[in-house]
Design a protein around this ligand. Structure first.
Ligand code: BES
Ligand code: MN
Ligand code: MN
Length: 461
């Protein structure tokens, strides 16, 4: 039976199974959900067994476990390693969801007339990870698995994959592969398949500005002491200049500048600025001078405040000068910026921006290295042919602005390239309220993935 017919025949069950997985709130960031995260790893273990993996185990790590599974049909054949994550982002602000984040519902939308599954993790990444489990089911049930397959599904991606380096260095042999296959990104549009050829790196920091040693009456002290919130805002404002360039000395030194030809190639991807603005309800786009929207969100580094707090934020008014103000700041990085170095440059610069009236503390969080992959590799070619089979179109290579730090780590530790076959859409609201994943996209993913295995094995011969 071909993949199309198999998916048609089993689609209802595929959707039901994903819905069950989405009901478990596997929020890795919040320790209150520890049991649920662990329960999810067990659900993934069972799913891999049911789909036909021979060896399945829950591997303990210093953090949340990694679910490993494999089916080795013949050690002389190529091996594909599938990576995905079973943890999800916190759902808040919960009040902005139209339906509860862990009670999945299917609703149709303008972009998804066949329906989309609304739930936290629907697209990022339970839905996309589960496509691979169901693709394996098809291949084993129909005697269509042409090579060896390994699965590595982690539970800490959304908090920086802290245990992964540890796991990789301990399990090099076990994870050995010819190519890594990941669905944790997106595609341009349903009628425009694309393969992600780049990811940005990341440096995530938290800053704390301390003024007076206690909260003060803003009438008695206001104007006479530094207000840490005012100062923090002022310091943050200085991080960009009038052209929206980042002002940290040395920040751009190692940035890989694309050639005019490469930029012209990128500009061929279908995009409407007007549509973009309309969908986000903004009067105008905003960003670094001299670059287009698609360049700003993929090949250029950025700095954004992700959260800022301090002082009184409850009901009504309270006249107070807070003792402390805080912000969380992320910097998205591009090849060949080194995130450790960027974190250091940020720290030095931010500390020296502070006036003597306050103390400032910069706390580095996690980070990751950017990634790019060529389009002439066997893995890319196999993926391209797989999309041609099921979409009838050659996919467009596209660099994404998001980060999956493990991908650069895979290259460093396992010397393997990752092929990023994403089936989500930018409008699927990952990390936001009302995250969803189109039923069509989900099923199309399951249909397309087995074609990758066939082409990859053929090309390897
Ligand atoms: N799946 C996303 C990354 C992504 C989404 C890449 C869409 C490209 C397109 C991943 O789960 C994620 O959210 N990564 C984090 C970084 C991580 C270190 C917390 C991110 O990009 O913010
Ligand atoms: Mn993800
Ligand atoms: Mn994510």
């Amino acid at each position: 039976m071909n993949t199309r017919s198999y998916v048609d025949q089993h689609q209802e069950r595929f959707i039901k199974e994903l819905i069950e997985l989405l009901k478990i709130p596997s929020i890795s960031a919040d320790p209150a959900y520890k049991e649920d995260v662990l329960r999810t790893s067990e659900a993934v273990e069972k799913a891999l067994k049911d789909a036909g993996c021979d060896q399945v185990e829950i591997c303990e790590t210093p953090g949340y476990p990694i679910v490993y599974g494999e089916k080795i049909v013949d050690p002389t054949l190529p091996t594909v390693l599938v990576y995905g994550h079973y943890d999800v982002q916190p759902p808040d602000p919960v009040e902005l969801w139209d339906s509860p984040p862990f009670e999945p519902v299917i609703k149709s939308t303008e972009i998804h007339p066949d329906g989309a599954i609304f739930a936290r993790g629907a697209c990022d990444d339970k839905g996309q990870m589960y496509m691979h489990v169901k693709a394996l089911e098809y291949m084993t049930a129909n005697n269509q698995l042409p090579c060896n397959i390994k699965f590595m599904i982690e539970g800490e991606e959304e908090v920086g994959s802290e245990s992964l380096e540890w796991f990789l260095t301990k399990n090099r042999e076990k994870l050995a592969n010819d190519v890594i296959l990941i669905s944790d990104t997106g595609m341009i549009a349903k009628e425009t398949p694309s393969i992600t050829t780049g990811l940005r790196g990341l440096s995530y920091v938290e800053v704390e500005v301390t003024g007076p040693n206690r909260d003060l009456h803003s009438g008695l002290y206001g104007g006479a002491v530094a207000n840490p919130i005012n100062i923090l805002c002022d310091m943050i404002a200085q991080l960009h200049d009038e052209n929206n360039h980042i002002t940290i000395p040395g920040f751009y030194d190692k940035v890989d500048e694309l050639s005019q030809e490469e930029r012209a190639e990128m500009a061929k991807a279908p995009f409407s600025q007007e549509e973009y603005n309309k969908k986000l309800d903004i009067a105008q786009e905003h960003g670094e001078k001299g670059y287009t929207t698609n360049e700003r969100n993929s090949i250029r580094p950025t700095l954004d405040v992700n959260g800022i707090w301090g002082g009184y934020t409850g009901e009504g008014a309270k006249t107070v000068i807070a003792s402390k103000a805080y912000a969380k700041i992320s910097m998205r990085l591009v090849p060949d910026q080194d995130w450790h170095e960027i974190t250091k440059l940020f720290k030095e610069h931010f500390e020296q921006l502070a006036p003597p009236s306050v103390k400032v503390l910069v706390k580095p969080h996690h980070g990751g290295t950017a990634y790019v992959t060529p389009i002439d590799s066997l893995g890319y070619q196999a993926a391209s042919k797989a999309y041609e089979d099921t979409f009838g179109k050659t996919p467009i290579p596209q660099r994404s602005g998001g980060s999956i730090p493990i991908v650069a780590l895979f290259e460093k530790e396992l010397q393997s390239k990752s092929i990023l076959m994403g089936f989500g859409l930018d409008s699927d609201a990952i990390h936001s309220p009302n995250e969803h994943f189109g039923v069509w996209n989900y099923l199309k993913g399951i249909e397309t993935i087995p074609h990758f295995y066939k082409h990859f094995t053929d090309l390897k011969k």
